[in-house]
Design a protein around this ligand. Sequence first.
Ligand SMILES: Nc1ncnc2c1ncn2[C@@H]1O[C@H](COP(=O)(O)OP(=O)(O)OP(=O)(O)O)[C@@H](O)[C@H]1O
Ligand SMILES: CC(C)(CO)[C@@H](O)C(=O)NCCC(=O)O
Length: 312
Amino acid sequence: MAPASPYVDLDRAAWSRLSASTPLPLTDADVERLRGLGDPIDLAEVDAVYRPLSRLLNLYVSATAGLHRATSTFLHEEPPRTPYVIGVAGSVAVGKSTTARVLREMLARWPDTPRVELITTDGFLYPNAELQRRGMMDRKGFPESYDRRALIRFLSRVKAGQSEVRAPVYSHVTYDIVPGEEVVVRRPDVLIVEGLNVLQPARPSSVDESTVAVSDFFDFSIYVDARTRNVRQWYVERFLQLRRTAFNRPESYFRRYADLSDAEATARALSIWESINAPNLEQNVLPTRGRATLVLTKGSDHSVQRVRLRKL
Ligand SMILES: Nc1ncnc2c1ncn2[C@@H]1O[C@H](COP(=O)(O)OP(=O)(O)OP(=O)(O)O)[C@@H](O)[C@H]1O
Ligand SMILES: CC(C)(CO)[C@@H](O)C(=O)NCCC(=O)O
């Protein structure tokens, strides 16, 4: 007999049927506000894909709280007030930030988790000056371009239930850490951590404290997946759109690309994709997919076509 698979693999229709009695708390206007540039997500997609996911996560949050209560009863201690932490991983331009924002909004509508915070690991990228010093300006997004120690410290404080934990902030417009700016996480019910490399295992031979991995702090993790050629196309299309908007801002790092023709901009985007984001996807991001609790697989139109849940 074949060994039982640890995964259940569902197509869109089967997945979507699992949420029959769960209310859909968002409106068209909410979805429009949460949608990332180039992501066509609409209320029907939220209904079919995110409503079941929100229900599943709500069940998991309750079950985890029950487990914590059991441990506390056994130890004769007060149950800890620790956030439920969800990681969202996947390629640059796959739509992780939209997924994370929609989930944040949906989870916050459940009575037991009104306070949901979202952070992205972009804030833990080394500032450009430091990346330049290390000769890593063309490695942005690779595991070594992040201050992993600071990210682990941040997550361990959040998990320890500290009342205020601070993280640095990254700007996609200046393409750098924003000096002096920070986000403050104040003991939420749920923390969503979005980033390319959040499912990376710990480095085996590291001499610092990080034999701990970021994902050790996750109660649940989601990998947003799509064919590489589709993601490349989304990256290029977004680049072309940004050329007309964000790149025109005087403080934009990409200001010099604002006046490129379509053909020049496409060539530039493809070259950044092929030299940085594609190798990072192949070498570092894709290999972590199997570690996720849930994989959302998108088709060429961005809609989720398959869902794989780890059940064992
Ligand atoms: N060069 C840029 N200038 C201004 N805004 C940008 C730039 N690159 C990305 N953005 C904006 O920042 C948001 C997040 O970008 P980021 O690169 O973190 O997303 P991503 O990693 O591509 O993942 P995803 O598309 O999966 O959220 C995007 O939705 C986009 O609108
Ligand atoms: C900041 C990251 C690494 C991740 O969000 C990404 O958006 C990025 O800037 N990658 C480097 C190459 C590029 O500019 O697309």
